[in-house]
Design a protein around this ligand. Structure first.
Ligand code: APR
Length: 233
């Protein structure tokens, strides 16, 4: 099979907005209703683990009712023409459920829990067993926590994400305010001359030369497919 160009796509909460999943910093975003330091930071987890478990239990129960949107499906369509790698800040599993084959989660995965202490063991939660608490343990009696990267914690997958970004022949950013590092720094690892697209209805400031598509994910990805596959169909 001929080598397809490598298309690397970095997605944020806006990718899942049309699936009914709240973003963080838009009007009505998650951080308007919760104190991020209480429910999504290492300090908050140490101080009140029960509150943190409940926060993620609630988001998990919402997630199982949500479905991938046309934006997620469009990224799967692009796999016909490109070697597609998705690097996501999102903890939902909507890219996987849409059929994306290569998904790298920078901030963890909502449907998974892991042992609190190393060696880490990761478990996938199934419907009907979506809630955890500070008392939750695995079969070896090891206490469990959400498999989420909290604020104040390292982002183990960032090195892999940078390597992928450095290999991109085309780089696309979708639905992120580019407010959180190190995820927001990926843009700077794209090789000179490699085209960069940014799909967002309220785009953050980006370097000149980035092709901004000021649309939501579904419409924006449809336009991207049209632009990237012109003459390939
Ligand atoms: N389609 C595409 N983008 C959208 C849509 C949509 N329908 N609706 C909103 N957006 C855009 C907003 O304009 C904004 O730029 O999605 C972005 C959401 O930004 P944030 O809420 O800051 O989400 P994100 O950038 O993913 O946050 C990064 O912060 O709290 C942490 O760990 C959390 O991964 C998260 C990180």
């Amino acid at each position: 099979m001929e080598n397809k160009p490598k298309l690397v796509i970095s997605t944020g909460a806006g990718m899942s907005a049309e699936s009914g999943i709240n973003t963080f910093r838009d009007n009505g975003g998650l951080w308007e209703n919760y104190d991020v330091m209480e429910v999504a930071s290492a300090e908050g987890f140490a101080r009140n683990p029960g509150l943190v478990h409940k926060f993620y239990n609630d988001r998990r129960k919402e997630l199982v009712k949500a479905h991938p949107n046309l934006g997620h499906m469009g990224l799967v369509e692009l796999e016909k023409y490109f070697d597609v790698y998705v690097i996501t800040q999102n903890v939902d599993d909507l890219h996987e459920r849409a059929g994306s084959k290569n998904v790298l989660h920078l901030h963890g995965e909502l449907m998974k829990v892991r042992t609190i202490n190393p060696p880490y063991k990761v478990y996938r939660l199934e419907e009907g067993n979506l809630e955890t608490s500070p008392e939750s343990t695995d079969s070896e009696g090891r206490h469990l926590r959400p498999h989420i990267v909290f604020f104040q914690e390292a982002v183990p997958e960032i090195e892999n994400a940078i390597k992928l970004t450095e290999q991109a022949d085309i780089f696309v950013v979708i639905g992120t305010s580019l407010a959180v590092y190190p995820a927001a720094s990926l843009l700077h690892y794209v090789r000179p001359g490699v085209p960069i697209y940014y799909i967002d209805p309220h785009p953050a400031a980006v370097p000149s030369g980035v092709r901004v598509i000021k649309k939501g994910a579904s419409e924006g990805v449809a336009q991207l497919i049209d632009e990237l596959t012109r003459g390939k169909k």
